[in-house]
Write a protein that binds this ligand. Structure first.
Ligand SMILES: Cc1cc2nc3c(=O)[nH]c(=O)nc-3n(C[C@H](O)[C@H](O)[C@H](O)COP(=O)(O)O)c2cc1C
Length: 185
């Protein structure tokens, strides 16, 4: 079994993360991996924001702007402010939509999603861990504005990144027979 297969087969997302966050040279490798994402027409339809330290509190303030006292399902301000401190680093994945005649927006989002998965794998291969989160916040225009996204950009996720505190309990993984079939049979 190759290293990459073994790593994929043994990986899992980790919600409990602590310092240290990856340093510059680990991140350099991580983002070189992100740049290997399949990319129709080579539009490079992605970019990433790295947020740590005080930036996490600033992001928490941006999250807090989505609080809505009139909406009983909305999260309260204090919870929104504190969410960004669940890890020592957050990488925000952003897809951009170029209006290319042969590349619909979904393909640009998929390319950015591949980049997120490569980032996660590259972090895990270097001893770090992460958890990809979205929630309604990721699609809230208040957040897009607070992070300075252009009108043709959208958030694909917040990757909470750090050193795993402890391994989460193993998740049952479906057997390929459950989701793969031959066509036409
Ligand atoms: C686009 C996307 C958004 C996600 N958003 C959330 C989220 O907001 N909250 C959450 O608990 N898990 C979220 N997840 C799932 C976790 O990142 C993770 O994949 C899941 O807990 C399964 O763990 P595993 O990666 O070890 O299989 C999301 C996954 C994807 C791909």
């Amino acid at each position: 079994m190759t290293d990459v297969i073994s790593q994929i087969l043994n990986r899992s997302s980790e919600p409990r993360l602590e310092s240290p966050a990856p340093g510059a040279s680990v991140l350099d490798t991580v983002f070189k991996c992100a740049a290997r994402a399949p990319d129709h027409a080579l539009l490079r339809p992605w970019r990433y924001l790295v947020i740590e330290g005080d930036g996490l509190d600033a992001l928490g303030e941006v999250f807090a702007r989505t609080a809505d006292a009139a909406n009983p399902t909305a999260l309260p301000v204090e919870k929104l402010q504190g969410m960004t401190r669940r890890a020592p680093m957050i990488i925000v994945g952003i897809a951009s939509h170029h209006g290319h005649p042969k590349v619909p927006p979904i393909e640009e989002t998929l390319s950015a999603g591949c980049g997120m998965a490569y980032i996660l794998l590259a972090l895990e291969a270097q001893g770090f861990a992460g958890m990809w989160r979205t929630g309604s916040i990721a699609y809230n225009p208040v957040i897009a504005e607070g992070l300075g996204l252009a009108p043709n950009e959208s958030i694909v996720g917040f990757l909470y990144v750090g050193t795993p505190v402890s391994e989460k309990p193993a998740i049952d993984r479906p057997d390929p027979d459950a989701f793969v079939s031959r066509w036409p049979g």
